[in-house]
Write a protein that binds this ligand. Structure first.
Ligand code: SF4
Length: 473
């Protein structure tokens, strides 16, 4: 996927001016938040579960080498195979080799952000292996020739009208507009594709070291059909999906669905352990797990380790005012929203993605709702420091920050400057009580007025109150 994160500001401007996108996003703005709030309120131990979830992930990351080896050993014992991939190119090569090894001409694929991260879709198509996405949102996005704009709801940026047009064009059927009819049409189209597929490719929500199991969570049951009908099942997952035990996975599952969609549990939670056994009625005869590093092991022990706790619930983007205004495509790479603002510079470099950590109001909602308590604003701040240190931010901002730091470190000078600025702005804005535009503050006044200061500075008022308290009543 060609990253356009460097053009975040232009992407965001276009997104804000796109009425169809804004209409689609308006539906997303309240739904997820209210459902999560209600689900959390119904479970008294929800906050305790979040602490446990964080502890499980921290423990796993501290002993990741041991759990990875244990997972591989269990997979082998069950008759499967683990393939280690250092980077995206290696992961793509493994998947293509496995597909070609069984003469695959068609694959079904359930939703996997790792597939997006490694550019698997393009690689399959370049090798003339027909890919059919089986998650409804992914299927819609595939028909549109686009990429997902949300990690849970890939087609959240599309309206029903656009989907109806897409279906009529691609399916060659009369246009239908009712959601139920559109769903039935997608089902009819996909049903046959499951039977035609030579290989099923899925991601993984969790990998269990204790049993060598892969846990898949969906609301459509498509991952189960994707893995169960073809003869070969390939799981692509990143290292941090490991958890020690099934019990740990259950703890994480209890916070995952509630944080993601406000459900107590997703409609389908499937635990897969190895290929089909003789007594099994169905299942693949070959079971492969491709374990992707792609820079994650280098994040362990760094200031960004906390982001490896992420369980891809999407809550941070569902509560982010920037994401909800621009949608996911503005972020310009695979992972959008606050988690993307932290992850993306790790993968494509801060030079390419330096706008993303600044695409935040720092309201802190992302950290408040993250089920594994990732301090997302703190991690974004680390990236902002690097952006500043590498001279990537615009010169006005850099020199302005330096000047501000110089003044802020000298309290007497700072208070004197603040007093003068407040007095000057108060005098200039006395008539209208506000400014329509101000030098160096175009970002603010572009969309709202700047109120003219009134009275003394905060510090002066504070000192005045202190003196009044000392004098007593
Ligand atoms: S960072 Fe937290 S809230 Fe965001 S997707 Fe990951 S787990 Fe969910």
């Amino acid at each position: 996927m060609q990253a356009t994160s460097r053009a975040f500001k232009d992407n965001a401007r276009h997104a804000l001016a796109d009425p169809v996108l804004q209409q689609a996003l308006s539906l997303a703005r309240s739904g997820f938040q209210e459902k999560r709030r209600a689900a959390a309120a119904k479970l008294p131990e929800f906050e305790d579960l979040r602490d446990q979830a964080r502890a499980i992930k921290d423990h796993t990351l501290a002993h990741l080498d041991l759990y990875l080896e244990a997972f591989e050993q269990r997979v082998i014992e069950q008759g499967g195979k683990v393939h280690w991939a250092r980077d995206a190119a290696e992961a793509r090569a493994v998947v293509l080799r496995l597909c070609k090894g069984v003469g695959a001409r068609a694959v079904t694929k359930s939703k996997s952000m790792i597939a997006e991260e490694i550019g698997l879709n393009e690689a399959l198509e370049a090798n003339r292996i027909r890919r059919v996405e089986t998650d409804l949102g992914e299927y819609i996005v595939q028909l549109a020739g686009e990429t997902p704009s949300h990690i849970l709801a890939p087609a959240i940026h599309m309206t029903k009208d656009r989907i109806a047009t897409l279906f009529a064009e691609h399916h060659g059927t009369p246009r239908v507009d009712e959601p139920e009819a559109l769903l039935a049409e997608a089902r009819r189209e996909l049903r046959q594709r499951y039977f035609e597929a030579d290989v099923g490719i899925t991601g993984a929500n969790f990998l269990v070291a204790e049993t060598g199991s892969v846990i898949l969570v969906t609301n459509e049951g498509n991952a189960e059909l994707t893995q169960g009908l073809p003869r070969t099942h390939i799981v692509i997952a990143s290292l941090e999906k490991l958890v020690p035990t099934l019990e740990d996975a259950c703890t994480l599952l209890r916070v995952l669905a509630r944080s993601a969609t406000g459900q107590e549990f997703a409609a389908y939670t499937t635990v897969l352990t190895g290929p089909k056994r003789p007594a099994d009625l169905d299942g693949p005869t070959a079971f492969h797990v491709v374990l992707l590093d792609n820079g994650r092991s280098a994040m362990i022990g760094s200031e960004f380790q906390d982001i490896l706790r992420c369980i891809r619930c999407g809550a941070c983007m569902n509560h982010c005012p920037v994401y909800l205004a621009t949608g996911g495509h503005a972020y310009g790479w695979v992972y959008p929203g606050p988690m993307g603002a932290v992850l993306t510079p790790n993968f494509i470099g801060i030079e390419e993605a330096h706008h993303l950590p600044s695409a935040s109001t720092f309201c802190g909602r992302c950290e408040q709702v993250c089920p594994v308590r990732i301090p997302l604003p703190k991690l974004m701040r680390y990236w902002r420091e690097q952006e500043f240190a590498k001279g990537l931010s615009p010169p006005v901002g850099r020199y302005g920050t330096r000047l501000w730091a110089f003044v802020a470190k000298r309290p007497a000078l700072y208070h004197c400057c603040a007093r003068l600025a407040i007095a000057l702005l108060g005098r200039l804005g006395r008539g209208a009580g506000r400014f329509r535009s101000l030098p160096l503050a175009g970002g603010w006044t572009g969309s709202r007025d700047f109120p003219a200061p009134q009275g003394a500075t905060f510090q002066a008022l504070w000192r005045g109150r202190g003196r009044a308290r000392e004098r007593g009543p």
